[in-house]
Design a protein around this ligand. Structure first.
Ligand code: PLP
Length: 400
């Protein structure tokens, strides 16, 4: 029987599938066939969720917490989120300023849906996380890409930003530490961005700070935009979550803090779509935020060890250029020297070739709007970092 062809909506046809997932899936397929592949594709910590958090979830189940909660999240969790974000950003948010969603990705989805009308623009510095442009497009908005460069430490130039501003600009998205580059914005860069927004944008333009990797900084210090530009606090939307800091990617808890009206609009949308984030996961996130923080420091120290090894080994490969990442858990080497040779036309083909010939899975830079680059995650064991980088070196040597 031939299957009836389904007519898929234009809205969904416009969305590009995630390249990060594509590589991870192909690597998984090869592994299932018995091929020993080392994966550098992971966008999540390889550590397990700390025990005390798991126990918190068990206790929540035992006391019968598995019911609907307030759409925006339980009062306890929203208060804990507000406290934690106020500590980090010097803000004065209360529970009414916070909405909990099914991961920070969902927070961003709801945010763009609540903020954007068709044709509204969102400025996204690139290289950028795969999902920002797609999320903006899904909400009917237009992503406006602002390129940044490795040899300028991926800093955002105030004037270049001002040039991208138009009367339709509704937001600029900042991700520090950055996925994929690992760059962390310093106070001077944030100050320049704040000045451009203050001087060139109307009152309806927001700064979205995606701080999901905030606890994973190894070099320099993480700086809050809300502290650099307190006069813009009402226009700074904080996106954060427990996924990366507490190794809780699968629990799906993320949150946003911002003006009450915006949070209420997002809650209306969430109330008619997904309702509350899973109640037991919310209880676990509460334990994560209010319980002992040592596991975060332990994971950070281990990530840093691997980061140093990966940086040294990547830099030892001929013709590979690498900006030294300061945060998150990714290296983003420039592999352009290896593209355009031996029939390898682009970074997608290079990633395929490395997977088949070198048995290493990397994510092509095109997915982050940086063709010729690649993202390698060090959220994997030190042994994998060492063996995988050796494989990469040997494979790339064939292309020299
Ligand atoms: C920059 C960035 N923001 C947000 C997220 C979303 O995190 P989650 O939806 O798991 O909370 C990710 C996950 O990969 C990310 O890399």
């Amino acid at each position: 029987m031939t299957e009836h062809k389904v007519r898929i909506s234009q809205r969904v046809q416009r969305i590009a599938p995630s390249l990060t997932l594509a590589v991870t899936q192909k690597a998984a397929r090869l592994r299932a066939e018995g091929v020993d592949v080392i994966g550098f594709g992971a966008g999540e910590p390889d550590f397990d969720t700390p025990d005390h958090i798991k126990r918190g979830a068990e206790a929540a189940m035992a006391r019968g917490a598995g019911k609907y909660t307030n759409v925006a999240g339980t009062t306890e969790l929203r208060r804990a989120v507000a406290d934690e974000l106020n500590r980090a950003h010097g803000t004065h948010h209360g529970e009414a300023n916070v909405i909990v969603s099914c991961g920070a990705k969902h927070s961003l989805f709801n945010l763009f849906m609540a903020l954007l009308d068709d044709g509204d623009e969102v400025i996204i510095p690139s290289p950028c996380w795969v999902s920002y442009p797609e999320l903006v497009s899904m909400a009917g908005g237009t992503p406006v890409i602002l390129e940044t460069r490795a040899d300028e430490d991926y800093r955002i130039d105030e004037r270049a930003l001002a040039e991208r501003v138009s009367p339709r600009t509704r937001a600029i998205v900042l991700c520090s530490p950055s996925n994929p580059t690992g760059a962390v914005y310093d106070a001077a860069t944030l100050d320049g961005i704040a000045r451009a927004v203050r001087d060139r944008c109307g009152p309806d333009t927001y700064i979205i700070t995606d701080d999901i990797y905030r606890s994973l900084v190894y070099r320099g210090e993480w700086v809050s935009m809300a502290r650099v530009a307190p006069e813009l606090r009402d226009r700074i939307l904080l996106v954060d979550g427990v996924s990366k800091s507490y190794a809780m990617t699968g629990w799906r808890i993320g949150y946003l803090a911002g003006p009450r009206e915006l949070v209420a609009a997002m809650a209306t949308l969430q109330g008619q779509s997904t309702t509350n984030a899973a109640a037991i996961a919310q209880a676990a996130a509460l334990v994560a935020l209010t319980g002992p923080q040592e596991p975060v420091a332990t994971m950070r120290a281990e990530f840093d060890r691997r980061r140093k090894t990966m940086v040294a080994r990547l830099r030892a490969i001929p013709e590979v250029k690498l900006y030294e990442p300061a945060g998150a858990f990714y290296c983003f080497p420039d592999l352009r020297h290896y593209v355009g040779r031996h029939g390898i036309a682009d970074d997608l083909q290079l990633a395929e070739w490395l997977l088949e010939k070198g048995r290493v899975a990397i994510v092509p830079g095109s997915g982050f709007l940086a063709p010729g680059y690649a993202r390698l995650s060090y959220a994997t064991s030190m042994a994998n970092v060492e063996t995988g980088l050796e494989r990469l070196k040997v494979a790339l040597a064939e292309l020299l």
